[in-house]
Write a protein that binds this ligand. Structure first.
Ligand SMILES: NC(=O)c1ccc[n+]([C@@H]2O[C@H](COP(=O)([O-])OP(=O)(O)OC[C@H]3O[C@@H](n4cnc5c(N)ncnc54)[C@H](O)[C@@H]3O)[C@@H](O)[C@H]2O)c1
Length: 324
């Protein structure tokens, strides 16, 4: 089959590309390389394009008929979205609108969208179901919510099928250690600590240790990047339905505190870290854990990486490489 992967040069997108190639599919990547880095051009059709360039998108779309589009392209630094809401709205919401309109023009109607747990905002329940209220507290989360709304509206009016996957915390790297997480700046806990260890720095900052959690530090749900990618592939079968406007959480359903993650990293890297406690950050919910009943049942998907130490090990095997 022929697939388009937007943002295929980024962290999760590059794992999607690798997975699709391993299944012998034909892969085209649209990416403007704003945060992504292209590693291996050999087997894919890579096109440097900004999703804000509608004219170029139309030209490209007119040339090839894709069976489905995996849409990962986005800016995703939550703090930055607060400081630059317009930049985020343009890139994420308008970029996605362009993509959808161009798809409709060239009669492509299957889209898998990277949404996020940030659409929920502060959780009202211990575990978050897809039916939980959507009250995002960041501009980034608002972008994701708005795109989901657009997809639902278009899906009702036209024959446009979509699946929005709301990822919790993507983590780990492909076991080949050839691709992995490499955001600049890095704001995610695991790669941030691994980067420090690589630079021989042992200080780790924890923001708040008086939350009502197992050890006072925040709890999050980590899901291996290749489990996320597999869920996307399983999602394709839903496009056989006449109508398809779906959303699913992707998480492990299990939470780990910041301290537990740090302990795991110490075990895997064999480096003892020096923990420094700082004040709580505004807007950090104490616990964010997915309820994944819906995806388990509907897509018959379950995470293969159930052990957090294994996830951390794959991340470390990638991070310790000299070239990143
Ligand atoms: N990493 C996570 O934990 C996480 C969690 C929830 C949701 N998500 C979502 O998953 C997707 C992928 O995240 P990631 O961590 O791989 O991010 P990433 O920054 O590594 O990858 C995003 C890619 O999109 C490209 N891109 C951005 N704007 C573009 C534009 N206008 N035109 C063309 N290309 C553009 C970038 O160059 C980059 O290669 C994003 O939509 C993100 O919001 C990620």
């Amino acid at each position: 089959m022929k697939f388009l992967v937007t943002g295929g040069a980024g962290y999760i997108g590059s794992h999607m590309v690798k997975f699709l190639l391993s299944k012998n599919h034909e892969v085209t990547v649209f990416d403007n390389l704003s945060t992504g880095k292209l590693i291996n051009k050999n087997k894919i059709n890579f096109i440097k394009v900004n999703l804000l360039n509608r004219k170029k998108l139309d030209q490209l779309m007119s040339k090839k008929k894709f069976d489905a589009v995996f849409h990962f392209a986005a800016l995703s630094i939550v703090n930055e979205s607060e400081k630059k809401p317009r930049k985020y709205y343009m890139n994420n919401v308008l970029g996605t609108k362009n993509l959808i309109n161009s798809m409709i023009k060239y009669k492509l109607n299957n889209l898998i969208f990277s949404s996020s747990a940030s659409v929920y905002g502060a959780p009202k329940t211990k575990k978050i179901l897809e039916t939980h209220q959507m009250k995002p507290i960041s501009e980034y989360g608002k972008n994701k919510k708005e795109i989901e709304k657009i997809l639902a509206q278009i899906g009702k009016k036209k024959n446009f099928k979509s699946i929005s996957f709301r990822y919790f915390n993507a983590a780990g790297a492909d076991e080949s250690a050839k691709i992995g997480e490499n955001h600049k700046p890095e704001t995610h806990l695991i790669p941030k600590i691994l980067n420090s260890i690589k630079r021989k720095q042992k200080k780790v900052y924890i923001y708040g240790n008086s939350y009502k959690t197992i050890d006072g530090t925040c709890v999050r749900d980590y899901i291996h990047v290749n489990d996320i990618v597999r869920a996307h592939y399983y999602g394709l079968k839903k496009f056989r339905q006449k109508k398809c406007i779906l959303n699913y959480n992707i998480g492990s359903g299990k939470g780990y505190s910041v301290l537990e993650i740090i302990n795991g990293i110490e075990k895997v890297t064999r480096v003892k870290l020096k923990i420094i406690y700082k004040k709580k950050r505004k807007g950090d919910p104490p616990i964010l854990v997915a309820d994944c009943k819906k995806i388990f049942k509907d897509l018959r998907w379950k995470p293969k990486y159930k052990n957090i130490d294994k996830i951390l090990l794959t991340a470390w095997q990638w991070h310790k490489k000299p070239f990143i």
